[in-house]
Design a protein around this ligand. Sequence first.
Ligand code: GLU
Ligand code: ZN
Length: 492
Amino acid sequence: MEVRVRYAPSPTGLQHIGGIRTALFNYFFARANGGKFILRVEDTDRERYSDESLDDLYSTLDWLGIKWDEGPVVGGPYGPYIQSERFDLYKEYAEKLVEMGKAYYCFCTPERLEEVRKQQVESKSEYQGYDRHCAHLSDSEIKEYLRQGIKPVIRLRVPTEGKTTFHDILMGDITRRNRDVSPDPILLKSDGFPTYHLANVVDDHLMHITHIMRAQEWIPSGPLHVLLYEAFGWEVPQYCHLPMVMGKDGQKLSKRHGSTAVRDFRAKGYLPEAILNYVTLVGWSLDGSTEFFSKEALEKCFTMEGIHKSPAVFDYKKLDWFNGQYIRQCDDKRLAELITPYLEEAGYVSSPLSEADKNLIAQIVPPVKERMKVLSDVVPLTSFLFRDVPVEDKATYIAKGSDEENTKAALIEGSEILLAGLKNGKAESEIEEDLVALSQKLGIKVNGVFQPIRVAITNSTVSLPLFDSIRLLGIEETENRLKRAERLFEEK
Ligand code: GLU
Ligand code: ZN
């Protein structure tokens, strides 16, 4: 039997970490088993639908390099793959259930339903929900309602006795008493639109889905879906509900923890391979120790057995670490292309790039590559090259354990050593040794000499390595900035 899995998002918001993890698990599972990965757009909720969400879905998968075998745009044998283009079909299937006696028309007005609800609340009735008023209408009653032009909804007949069990690959058997399943849920609304449950089950069946991997929040829908499959007389697919994605505090991952939309990560300068690698490790592992996986590797080695039962923690710091690793693996040419938009947006270079900009960017790449966690870090790391905003606060120049007087001496004598060395073509390592010797002479720590020099040159305490900065800035400008810092310390 061919493995066929699907990612079935509702385009009602931006693709977030949890959603994309579901997509990745499905995609890798399909690939690793020589199966098919299907994308289905569940846009039955027209009120919450947005074009922006749909665009975001496509562009996010695209950016991650996830291609679907069947779905919107590419088509496939069981299309269309957008539910709003399949509405007639759901109606047809709902009517089938009515014919089979597994579902029925309900003509209750919203007012009546509200009245029922109110009474249930007031009488503190144990029984909540639809009172099955229309469950046993006679043919003539139905005809009469229809003649009056009342448009019915179609409700599933949920058994009042017995239990329903469904098997979940991770969680084992999950059993609910049928009386605890929502009483006779609506499958088709009076306007002919299907509800989520009907469309989801009909499509999974018609699209020959073999395994349903989805978020654990869908577990409560499980028994109802199984009842629906049974009502149709269809085989139930295999379920594998995925562990929740949590923040570090053990709460469900949400905006309170930080960005959750993949689009935001992308904008900040996370690489797709880092997101893909790290997000797949949120709740899955191969052997408990391997951390680095390329997309190609995961397409081969992903297993369902590796999915964890317990909730998974999304660790932003760990993602940063992964991203830094992937940035360092990037080849320089690609990295130059990747950082360019950030430099353009900061107004540091012109768009399109001039030849001079291109050269400068090529020179920037090697040193920033070692320092960036995210691509947007290139802006603060290189701002000293493009915007000269000197640090006016003396305290910033003074390293821990040093003081104003020593810092002034370090600046004056250090500049001399540095500039003379550079002008005479002395090796950087030797200049560095001379600066270390200066710190010993002054009786301060090494940083007591390097920090003021670095702050003078790069206008910042977080910056690129000293000699890289000087190379990018040029000796003349380096000298200007060092002299400027000396003057600051000479002022009274
Ligand atoms: N449209 C549902 C969602 O947005 C799909 C749930 C499922 O995978 O069955 O998550
Ligand atoms: Zn009714």
